[in-house]
Design a protein around this ligand. Structure first.
Ligand code: ADP
Length: 496
């Protein structure tokens, strides 16, 4: 079952459901028919038993009047004889009777329109056979509802007949009367049988039709899913540009198709970014390596003969190695897979103390610029202190890098609404409008030659942006070319 195709699974479930429904309606219909038939027969039986009661009553009356009693079923009524040829109107409504009388003399079987099980024997023998059959079963006597449905079989001829059987018993003056009242059910059973065959045939046919139709329908419904499968099979990392055809059906499949296309967009973007990152990174690393190699070759050529060149070359190698170390560190930071929200050392803390520390550090370490702590409000956010400190420092370093010596860098931190806003403002060169959106891209530098000389990698702001995002926040820039720049880190306030 588990390895079936989806369409086969759907259709087989429908077929199963159909069978269950058919079976329950089958059981329902037949129980109802049986119940109704029993009701009808029981009602008829009520009339019969009344007739039989009257018959016995008459016998009782006669037996009171006369000392000896002879029962004869011939149409004469006279003297001491109860003559009752057809005491219970046998034959009416298809009822048959068999009466057994046990007297002090012996046992008599009186067929009053009896059941014929065996045609080849005398009526008497036939009655014996029927009686023997009937006596095999315990039938409640003297009740209209205690009838039993029996299949009477003659063991010699294998003839059988379906009968509803009732039993009425009386004792009159030591004579024991047993009347079996039988109703032939053969005709009804034949109708039931035909109905059964019909229903069975209909069930099988219906099952086949439902299987075919539901298979066809599920195939049609599942077509978009199969398209998705086919597309998914053809998508490779070299070809992430393919998209599913979007339908406007408004159903779950349209949703699924859209979600998959969106997912492919994101995958393609992130894959492109990744490859760009790798190619940019290798490009960035190639330059310092080439420089180091160049200086190493110079040293080799001059073989320590020229001290000045040696000094200069070694300095350059150390400088480039430092640049590379810085670059590799940043690259690792951005590329580290485990730099995920869950791996950070988050703490709910107040921020003003950290801002104050950074401000004091900067004042001491960067003597060529002035620093002003404009506002430093107290508010709580949930943050990783090492990372947030790194981000704020990077912004201050940029402010220093891109402004002249002697200018001022303003630091401020305050709560506005539900956000904590840390801003760094400088009086530097500013950023042109067209560059504002791109400065957060990895390796983007506004002016390559100028930023190169300041040791920029183009990764600083990308890292600050990533850190802000990891804290559920964002970074924003406001800048005026040749006037100055303000960078904002906006983080959500911690709410208990
Ligand atoms: P870099 O290592 O080159 O500084 P960043 O990602 O930190 O890389 O910055 C990207 C670019 O944005 C820089 O090359 C610079 O041109 C511009 N930039 C960043 N901060 C400032 C600022 N405070 N003033 C002017 N330009 C800035």
């Amino acid at each position: 079952m588990r390895k079936m195709k989806l369409e086969d699974r759907i259709s087989s479930r429908y077929v199963f459901l159909f069978f269950v429904l058919m079976l329950s309606s089958y059981i329902g219909v037949f129980s109802l028919l049986k119940y109704q038939r029993n009701q009808v027969i029981n009602n008829e039986m009520a009339i019969k038993s009344k007739e039989i009661d009257e018959f016995f009553k008459k016998i009782e009356d006669y037996s009171e009047k006369y000392p000896s009693l002879t029962l004869e079923f011939t149409p004469i009524l006279d003297g001491q004889k109860v003559v009752y040829s057809r005491p219970f109107n046998p034959g009416e409504e298809g009822f048959l009777y068999l009466m057994k009388i046990e007297t002090s003399i012996g046992e008599i079987n009186i067929p009053l329109n009896t059941v014929i099980l065996n045609n080849d024997v005398s009526m008497d023998q036939n009655n014996q056979i029927v009686l023997r059959e009937l006596e095999k079963y315990s039938i409640q006597s003297n009740t209209n509802t205690g009838g039993k449905t029996l299949n009477l079989v003659d063991s010699f001829t294998d003839n059988s007949v379906m009968m509803q059987v009732y039993k009425i018993t009386r004792e009159i003056k030591g004579n024991y009367f047993e009347v079996y009242v039988l109703k032939n059910l053969d005709a009804e059973f034949n109708i039931f049988k035909s109905l059964q065959i019909l229903m069975l045939a209909f069930t099988v046919l219906g099952g086949v039709v439902i299987y075919i139709v539901s298979k066809y329908l599920s195939k049609r419904i599942l077509k978009p899913v199969n398209n998705i499968i086919q597309l998914a099979e053809t998508i490779t990392t070299d070809d992430l540009g393919q998209r599913l055809e979007e339908t406007e059906t408004g159903d779950e499949l349209e949703k699924l198709t859209k979600i998959i296309n969106q997912m492919l967009n994101r995958l393609e973007n992130s894959f492109n970014n990744q490859s760009k990152f790798v190619s940019d990174a290798s490009h960035e690393l190639r330059t310092p390596l080439a420089i180091i190699k160049g200086y190493a070759e110079i040293i080799k050529k001059h073989k320590l003969n020229n001290e000045e060149i040696f000094e200069e070359s070694i300095d350059s190698i150390i400088n480039e190695a430092d640049n590379m170390k810085n670059l590799v560190q940043k690259l690792l930071f951005l590329a580290k897979g485990e730099m995920h929200k869950n791996n950070l050392n988050y703490k709910v803390q107040e921020v003003s103390e950290m801002i104050d520390h950074i401000y004091q550090d900067m004042k001491i370490s960067m003597k060529h610029h002035n620093f002003v702590l404009e506002t430093n409000r107290k508010y709580f956010i949930k943050y990783d202190e090492t990372l947030l400190r790194q981000a704020i420092r990077a912004l201050i370093e940029n402010a220093v890098k891109y402004s002249k010596e002697g200018t001022t860098v303003y630091i401020s931190s305050e709560q506005i609404g539900n956000s904590g806003i840390i801003s760094i403002r400088d009086e530097g060169i500013g950023i042109k409008e067209e560059d504002k959106d791109r400065i957060f891209d990895r390796f983007y530098r506004v002016d390559d030659s100028r930023t190169k000389s300041t040791g920029g990698t183009g990764l600083g702001l990308a890292i600050v942006q990533r850190i802000s995002e990891l804290h559920g926040g964002k970074i924003k820039v406001e800048s005026q070319y040749n006037v100055g720049t303000t960078m904002y880190i906006i983080l959500p306030i911690y709410k208990k």
